[in-house]
Design a protein around this ligand. Structure first.
Ligand SMILES: [Zn+2]
Length: 285
């Protein structure tokens, strides 16, 4: 009797027991899943090491930037102002041809020495949208730096000559030797301080440079001029010092490669105006 009762009870409860077993099985599956999620070691082991490595490399590799992706304000920050001192010369025409070919503007700081001979090239500078600027007429240190008056007379002379050729009176200036030159103090202590103050007071804008092609030091190869420029240019304003003189043929030869490098690296070219950030050296007089 007792036996029969137990058998009936079991039969009565068979269905709920099956349900309980199913629920327990499901709980086991869920627990297993949760354990996998919370176990990072197990997750890492499942990643193919080769795939993980290549993903890491991709993460650190900078994306190739296309021109259209570059923010215009960033582009304008990487600006190169090519400047040519001491011309015009027998090389001016070659320089102008390269600039025309590359469709870029530049700035010429002129002297009077050969201005009559090459006046048509000075006119061409103006017509082709370059800045025709003032270096002084004679570039003679012992004269221009011996008296304030001499410097300004000399400056006015080249200014008037350029005006007669181009019809434009320039206010953009570069001192011979730059404002940091130490030659002037041999002739007149403190003269560069006075000259630069007077220039600024009278609405002239003088510019030194912060990238030296070093083409003034002896005979440089075109490779060394190229290297000097491309290693020194940087984000921001780059005023590049070069020379337009008959013995600076390697400067002209280096020019196309310098321009190519700069263009490929997101630099833009501009000519100096009164709105250009004024790069000034420390005055040493
Ligand atoms: Zn000079």
């Amino acid at each position: 009797m007792l036996h029969k009762n137990i058998k009936q009870t079991i039969l009565k409860n068979k269905v709920p027991i099956i349900i309980i077993i199913c629920i327990l099985f499901n709980i086991l599956i869920i627990l297993n899943y949760i354990t996998k999620i919370n176990n990072p070691k197990q997750t890492f082991k499942q990643i193919n090491p080769k795939v993980a490595f290549s993903q890491k490399i991709n993460y650190y590799k900078p994306n190739k930037i296309k021109a259209k992706d570059i923010n215009p304000s960033v582009v304008s920050a990487k600006t190169i102002y090519l400047t040519f001192d001491d011309g015009p010369s027998a090389l001016t025409e070659s320089i102008l041809n390269i600039l025309k070919e590359e469709n870029i503007p530049a700035t010429f700081f002129l002297t009077s020495r050969q201005i009559d001979k090459y006046s048509r090239l000075v006119k061409r500078m103006q017509e082709e949208n370059h800045t025709v600027a003032l270096h002084t007429s004679t570039h003679n240190y012992s004269y221009i730096y011996s008296q304030d008056e001499n410097y300004f007379n000399d400056l006015n002379q080249i200014r008037n000559q350029i005006y007669n050729i181009t019809g434009h009176k320039s206010r953009i200036v570069r001192l011979p030797g730059g404002s940091s030159n130490t030659i002037s103090r041999k002739y007149n202590l403190g003269i560069v301080t006075r000259i630069t103050n007077k220039l600024t007071e009278n609405d002239y804008y003088y510019f030194d440079w912060n990238v030296d092609s070093n083409d003034a030091s002896g005979q440089q190869t075109k490779e060394s001029i190229y290297n000097n420029v491309v290693h020194k240019i940087h984000n921001g304003t780059n005023i590049v010092l070069m020379h337009d003189l008959i013995d600076k043929r390697t400067t002209v030869e280096a020019l196309p490669a310098i321009i190519k490098f700069a263009k490929e690296n997101g630099y833009t070219f501009a000519k100096i105006t009164k709105n250009t950030p004024q790069i000034h050296h420390h005055i040493n007089n």
